[in-house]
Design a protein around this ligand. Sequence first.
Ligand code: SF4
Length: 78
Amino acid sequence: MSDVRETEVEDKIAAVQHQGIWDCTLCNECVPVCPVGIAPKQDIVMLRNKSGVMGYMDPSFSSNFGDDGTPSFGGPAF
Ligand code: SF4
C-alpha cells in the first residue's frame, strides 16, 4: 500500500475490509515476536488509516449509525 508503484490500492483496501484489520485489538503482541521484524501492528494501523481515508469504517463502529448516518449510542431516544 505504501509503494508508489502500487496501482491497485483501491482493490486491495477493499479486500482487507473483511480479512482481519478491524478484528485486531492493537495489543502489540505480534510486534516483539515477529520472526522477520515487520511490525504487523503498524501495518494494520496503516491499512486502517488508508481505509478511513477511502471512506471505510470499523464495522463494529458503523453499526452504531442509522441508515441516515445518525449516530445511535444504544440508549433510549429522548
Ligand atoms: S495482529 Fe498483533 S496487534 Fe493485532 S490483535 Fe493480533 S497480536 Fe494484537
